[in-house]
Design a protein around this ligand. Structure first.
Ligand code: HEC
Length: 144
C-alpha cells in the first residue's frame, strides 16, 4: 500500500508538471474507486460478522481497513476532479476539512483493528461506518 501511495503521489506530481495529464488522472480516479469499493466490501463482510450472520475473520477485515485507510486524502490529488468521478468539488475547495474527515476515518479504522478481537468490536465497527458516511454526505455526489 505504501508503494501504491508513493506511486499516486508521483502521478500527482507528474500531473502537476506536465500539462493536462488526463490519462494519469483517469488512473487515479479508477484507483481510488477500487480502493473505496474494497472498503465497501470489507465493511459489508465485517458487518455480517458483527451481526452474527456469518463466521469469519473480523480481525482480518479490520486490519485490512486499518492498512488501507492511511493517507486516504492522497487518493484525491489536484487535477483528479474531472472525468468519471463522483467526488464533489468541495473535496478540493474545502481541502482542510476533507483531510480532517479522512484522518478521522483512518483513526476509527485503527481503533476498530485494535478492538476487533474483543467485546468492543461492534461499537468500533459502527463508529468507523459512521465516519465513512459523514464524508460521503459532504464530499460525494448523491448516489441514485
Ligand atoms: C474523506 C472522505 C471519504 C471517506 C472517509 C470515505 N469515502 Fe468513500 N468516497 C469518497 C468520495 C469523494 C467518493 C467518490 C470517488 C470518485 O468517484 O472519484 C467515494 C466513493 C466510495 C464508494 C464508491 C466507489 C465506486 O465504485 O465508485 C464506496 C463503495 C465507498 N466510497 C465506500 C467507503 C467506505 C466503506 C468508507 C469508510 C471505511 C469510505 N468510503 C470512506 C469519500 C470518502
Amino acid at each position: 500500500m505504501k508503494q501504491a501511495i508513493s506511486k499516486l503521489l508521483l502521478l500527482g506530481l507528474a500531473a502537476g508538471l506536465a500539462t493536462p495529464a488526463l490519462a494519469d488522472d483517469e488512473e487515479v480516479i479508477k484507483y481510488r474507486k477500487n480502493v473505496m469499493k474494497a472498503y465497501g466490501a470489507h465493511m459489508a463482510a465485517a458487518g455480517a460478522i458483527v451481526q452474527g450472520k456469518v463466521k469469519g475473520s473480523l480481525v482480518g477485515h479490520a486490519r485490512a481497513m486499518e492498512a488501507t485507510t492511511k493517507n486516504m486524502a492522497a487518493m484525491f490529488p489536484a487535477g483528479s476532479d474531472f472525468g468519471e468521478t463522483n467526488a464533489l468539488d468541495t473535496v478540493w475547495s474545502k481541502r482542510a476539512d476533507f483531510e480532517k474527515r479522512a484522518k478521522d476515518t483512518e483513526a476509527k479504522a485503527a481503533a476498530f483493528a485494535k478492538a476487533a478481537g474483543g467485546s468492543d468490536a461492534a461499537a468500533k465497527f459502527r463508529e468507523l461506518s459512521d465516519s465513512c458516511k459523514a464524508c460521503h454526505k459532504d464530499y460525494r455526489k448523491e448516489q441514485k
